[in-house]
Design a protein around this ligand. Structure first.
Ligand code: FRU
Length: 472
């Protein structure tokens, strides 16, 4: 196929994909379960965030996208950009499977800006009749229009000497000491999950360096490797809760040495990736997964999936990763509502009248005062307290909708301050000393918008503040 035929194929593929998304958009927009201030595509399926990069004043967010239905299939890359990472502008779909080249999916990957200031995407190209390959796409200065150059593939399984890599996918490229590096996830056949390391001088010719780190889980998806302060952070998504290590990286020796580790999201957050913003902040985006599908025989919902809120990363004194909701999210807050400090008796459940609504941020400082007590909130319940999402604090453990997350240091502390983001059918909880927990609760009835304080044992609420959140 000549270059112009390929561009014509691209234009046809993207026009059809955009028409399919536009046709589903009214239905998606009318669904009262769809999050209002978390990032969602215009319609149809999304999964992993991809290619997050800051360039010329814009934060770019790409994502795994199926434009033709609200189920996973034929992976494209959706695209949006934002000045503040809170309000997003949808842009044309960036990557499409090149069917004429046998490509079926453009799997996850990353974007970097090269030395000439031009954007480049790296992704895993999946085809039925060959092994996975890594491909490069070249973008225009605004990252809107993409081409797949003749140099592709830029990496194949044959580039590993005798070693056989399985589930080899999801490249993450970074620059260090004047050299470009890439990590790719997967595992050596018959072995556990690992990251494969490569290097390049020109972003086109890549050389396999080795395996800097391996783990205990069967496979690792979506690796991310980046500097944070004077340490390096490695993320992996091992099919269950995404995990991180903080440590030292010796690129010359191809060795990552961990100092601390932990869970990135104990709930439905998955496949997180990051960008370095214009202010030098390292910001995480993840996919909130596990959305229900429409029951058989009913009309499809026309959408599935959202991003987690953007989270600013830092390290605590023990080298654990601290995730803080992006401060700019406060621009979505309506007037502050405060509930007077109070005590709760064992077994008490109190409706927070005046706090109804399905788009909220809450901050609660809670102390357990009784023996073996637990207490917390029941969110998005009926006015009689039925249903809802349970957020429970017991000594040293936060539990959201059945997903428990212990403190980093395993201390049985009896007091906690939690920031809770409620967005229709997704809830995120942040607390100092604990991993984040995101839960998708899309089976709730949209009419259920009451929130309750609830105590299994006696407790004190030292502070409770809330804000209605405006749609983004
Ligand atoms: C993670 C993942 C990636 C893959 C992509 C496909 O959710 O399985 O490993 O590239 O999704 O959509």
């Amino acid at each position: 196929m000549t270059g112009s035929e390929e561009l014509a194929e691209r234009d046809r593929a993207l026009a059809a994909a955009h028409a399919a998304v536009a046709a589903a958009a009214p239905r998606a927009a009318a669904d009262p379960r769809r999050p209002a201030y978390h990032f969602v595509p215009p319609a149809q399926w999304m999964n992993d965030p991809n290619g997050t990069v800051y360039h010329n004043g814009w934060h770019h967010l790409f994502y795994q996208h199926h434009p033709y239905s609200d189920r996973w299939a034929a992976m494209h890359w959706g695209h949006a950009r934002s000045r503040d990472m809170v309000h997003w502008e949808h842009l044309p779909i960036a990557l499409w499977p090149s069917l004429s080249r046998g490509e079926e999916h453009c799997f996850s990957g990353c974007a970097v800006i090269d030395d000439a200031g031009l954007p480049r995407i790296f992704y895993t190209s999946i085809a039925a009749n060959r092994d996975p390959q890594h491909w490069l796409a070249l973008g225009d200065a605004d990252l809107i229009t993409w081409e797949k150059p003749a140099e592709n593939p830029i990496l194949t399984l044959a580039d590993h000497g005798g070693l056989v890599a399985d589930d080899w996918r999801d490249p993450c490229v970074f620059r260090e000491g004047g050299t470009w590096y890439m990590v790719i996830g997967g595992h050596v056949r018959g072995e556990k999950g690992c990251v494969f390391l490569y290097r390049s001088a020109d972003l086109v010719r890549w050389e396999f360096v080795g395996i800097p780190f391996r783990g205990e889980q069967g496979n690792w998806e979506c690796p991310n490797l980046f500097r944070l302060g004077d340490k390096w952070v490695l993320f992996v998504s091992p099919h269950n809760a995404p995990y991180y290590w903080v440590g030292d990286l010796d690129l010359a020796a191809c060795r990552f040495t961990p100092l601390a580790e932990g869970t990135l999201d104990a709930g439905d957050g998955y496949a997180p990736t990051t960008l370095l913003d214009g202010r030098g902040r390292r910001v995480l985006f993840g996919w909130a997964r596990n959305w229900p599908e429409a029951p058989a025989g009913e009309q499809p919902y026309g959408w599935s999936g959202c991003m987690t809120l953007p989270r600013v990363l830092s390290l605590d004194a023990t080298n654990h990763l601290v995730q803080t909701p992006l401060p700019e999210l406060a621009t979505l807050r309506g007037p502050r509502q405060a509930i007077a400090p109070r005590t709760l008796k064992a077994g008490e459940m109190i409706r927070l009248d005046g706090l109804a609504g399905r788009e909220l941020e809450l901050e609660i400082d809670l102390e357990l005062t009784g023996e073996g007590a637990s207490a917390g909130l029941r969110l998005l319940a009926g006015s009689d307290g039925a249903g809802g999402v349970e957020l429970t604090f017991r000594p040293g453990v936060i539990e959201l909708a059945g997903r428990a997350t212990p403190r980093f240091d395993a201390a049985a502390s009896r007091r906690v301050t939690m920031r809770v983001f409620v967005d229709r059918s997704v809830v995120e909880v942040y607390a100092e000393g604990y991993p984040c927990v995101t839960r998708v609760a899309a089976r709730l009835s949209p009419g259920d918008q009451s929130h309750f304080l609830r105590a299994q044992g006696s407790a004190s609420v030292h502070r409770l503040e809330a804000w209605a959140m405006r749609p983004a």
